[in-house]
Design a protein around this ligand. Structure first.
Ligand SMILES: Nc1ncnc2c1ncn2[C@@H]1O[C@H](COP(=O)(O)OP(=O)(O)OP(=O)(O)O)[C@@H](O)[C@H]1O
Ligand SMILES: [Mg+2]
Length: 360
């Protein structure tokens, strides 16, 4: 008995009934379907999501399988779930031409966990399959080399600095070029030059996401950095107490002043689960991050608990997302990363295809 040849038009019709639940637009119109091959009753195709960490991946995959199940003659389906991250930034002057998205991690206040969050979120993105870079823009107190436990130094190839690859991401920091315990004294123009070098003279290569750990405060330095670096947006880190919240609102105002969108707010040191009695203590209060997000009309990305192992991991160069997998803290970072990835995708999509977004 001869096998019925599956009809390509029928396959495409079926795929058009699968929508990206967030954008409410079908996956064919979104250009996600690729590499369709039909051989008798065997169908193979790739669905390219907008980010490898897409939280809707399982749902879309299930919908595609269900849709193709209904197409007459389909005996087997070889489905690859891939991703193509779109570019959200323009880079006048050719700085970082192959970087698709740049995210600054900031806060008004010092010590709220920006660097810790930058490292662990960047790692969570890398673990989801994205190509990731991490830039330490805290030129006065660079911490990321220590926090990631990097012992090597960047090479220079053809006059360009090669970032150090560690735990699957590319890292660049001023700390690579300083002697231990040496203070850094930057004056405005020097800082400007150094930052431009970090963008233009570093071989970042093709990156889906470049995360930028900002220095604390909302002064000239921070303002200048957010102008030099072409930014997709900023993520604000805060702790729950009132004083931190008023500082984070200042940081939001600073980013808004230079037209950098706020992609979301993270509440760090949100609560403490006592390892002995299991009781939850809200040492700095709770919920301030969410209230701030509401006030700023920005998404709330999630909470990170106070976790001794997170602090130890930072000191010892063993980030929790890699070295404490399966912990509540690592899972919290994973959840925040996939939410952030989805927000960036939706924002980019809406700015690139406003007509489709409006019609959805
Ligand atoms: N959720 C947490 N639980 C326990 N310790 C934490 C947590 N978040 C951050 N820390 C610790 O708090 C200290 C400050 O964190 P971090 O350096 O990330 O803050 P920062 O905002 O980058 O600081 P700065 O403003 O100086 O750049 C570090 O020792 C870090 O390990
Ligand atoms: Mg820091």
């Amino acid at each position: 008995m001869s096998e019925r040849m599956v009809d390509e038009a029928e396959v495409m019709e079926a795929l058009k009934r699968v929508k990206d639940p967030e954008l409410n637009v079908d996956i064919v119109k979104l250009g996600m379907v690729d590499n369709l091959r039909i051989d008798g009753g065997r169908v193979a195709l790739t669905v390219n999501l907008t980010t490898p960490g897409c939280p809707l991946k399982a749902e879309i995959e299930k919908d595609v399988r269900a849709a193709l199940d209904k197409v007459p003659g389909v005996a087997s389906l070889d489905l690859t779930m891939g991703a193509t991250v779109r570019r959200s930034i323009e880079t006048p002057g050719g700085l970082i031409p192959d970087v698709a998205n740049t995210v600054a991690i900031g806060s008004g206040k010092g010590g709220v966990g920006k660097s810790t969050v930058s490292v662990n979120i960047a790692l969570a993105f890398a673990r989801s399959g994205a190509t990731v870079g991490l830039m330490d823009a805290d030129m006065y107190g660079p911490n990321l080399v220590q926090m990631m436990g990097v012992k090597t130094r960047p090479d220079v190839v053809e006059g360009k600095i090669v970032p150090v690859t560690t735990d699957g991401l590319k890292l660049m920091s001023m700390a690579f070029f300083l002697k231990e315990n040496e203070p850094v004294i930057w004056r405005g123009p020097m800082l400007h030059g150094a930052m431009k070098q970090f963008l233009g003279d570093v071989m970042w290569g093709k990156l889906d996401y470049l995360f930028i750990d900002m220095p604390p405060g909302t002064g000239d330095v921070q303002l200048t950095l957010s102008q030099i670096i072409p930014l997709t947006g900023a993520v604000l880190v805060t702790t729950p107490q009132e004083v931190a919240l008023s500082d984070v609102r200042k940081a939001a105002a600073m980013f808004q002043k230079v037209n950098v969108p706020i992609l979301g707010v993270i509440e760090n040191m949100s609560y403490f689960n006592c390892p002995h009695c299991g009781e939850r203590a809200e040492i700095f209060g709770h919920g301030g991050g969410m209230r701030t997000a509401e006030k700023l009309d920005a998404p709330f990305l999630g909470e990170i608990p106070i976790d001794i192992r997170l602090r130890q991991g930072g000191d010892e160069g063993r980030p929790s997302v890699v070295h404490d997998q399966g912990s509540a803290t690592a899972d919290a970072f994973g959840g925040i990363a996939s939410k952030l990835a989805a927000i960036i995708s939706v924002n980019t999509y809406k700015s690139l295809q406003p007509e489709l977004a409006a019609g959805s």
